[in-house]
Design a protein around this ligand. Structure first.
Ligand code: SAH
Length: 217
């Protein structure tokens, strides 16, 4: 029974990955991480865990759509050993995937605004013995204390391009963040010595970033 369940889950994960591949994503490392970190462990709606859609979590927040998560991880170009800050922990699924991608030698830090979600994420990560630091705080101003970071990934909609976080990046560091009010553009900021490159990767939808540099304080 247990084995059959596992097999069904594996098949569902492959279906989800096929949907993501159909969008043109070909990042094998991201697919491997998605196979290793079952989304079903992070959501209450188990039957919908592998549908390519966002799902409601606590405090009116969501776990992002798998394609969106894969896309952000793909453009973030994570490497083994990176130090990564995520802003918006939610269920912890994304930071678990990030930790898979950066490996044992990498450092994964994630900030969540709501205590209830930070606790949920900690529990979820514990179930999989994933070593990530979860901080409950307003992450809209970043978390300079533990920086500088190779990557900063924001998983809630920012009112403006988060230029205030560029100083928290290492050289050649990257920020990936959805920016905008009703709809968001996926923005990638690359810090190249004294130059800053900003690229727009198209439209997505996210819950709003809260806090000092967010939409509501
Ligand atoms: N990455 C999450 C989903 C992100 S949803 C996952 O894998 O499940 C966006 C999250 O950002 C929500 O949990 C929300 O509570 C959180 N959030 C919103 N504003 C924030 C802020 N200022 N600091 C930290 N977290 C914030």
């Amino acid at each position: 029974m247990q084995i059959k369940k596992r097999k069904e889950e594996k098949e569902k994960i492959e279906e989800m990955l096929n949907t993501i591949k159909a969008y043109g994503i070909t990042d094998k490392a991201v697919f491997k991480a998605m196979r290793n970190i079952p989304r079903s462990l992070f959501v209450e709606q188990k039957e919908l865990a592998y549908e390519d859609m966002p799902l409601q979590t606590k405090r009116m927040q969501t776990i992002s759509q798998p394609y969106t998560v894969a896309f952000m991880l793909f453009i973030a170009n994570l490497k083994k050993g990176h130090k990564v800050l995520e802003i918006g922990t939610g269920t912890g699924w994304n930071i678990a995937l990030i930790k898979e991608l950066i490996g044992k030698e990498g450092e994964a830090i994630s900030i969540e605004y709501f205590e209830e979600l930070a606790e949920l994420a900690k529990e979820n990560l514990k179930k999989l013995s994933i070593d990530a630091t979860i901080i409950c705080s307003d992450g809209s101003e970043g978390f300079k204390l533990l920086g500088p970071y190779d990557r900063i990934i924001i998983t809630a909609a920012c009112p403006e391009i988060p230029k205030h976080l560029i100083g928290h990046l290492k050289d050649n560091g990257i920020i990936v963040a959805p920016v905008g009010r009703l709809f968001q553009k996926m923005i990638k900021i690359t810090k190249e010595k004294s130059k800053i490159k900003i690229e727009d990767y198209g439209s997505f939808r996210f819950v709003p970033l809260l806090g000092k540099k967010g939409f509501r304080y």
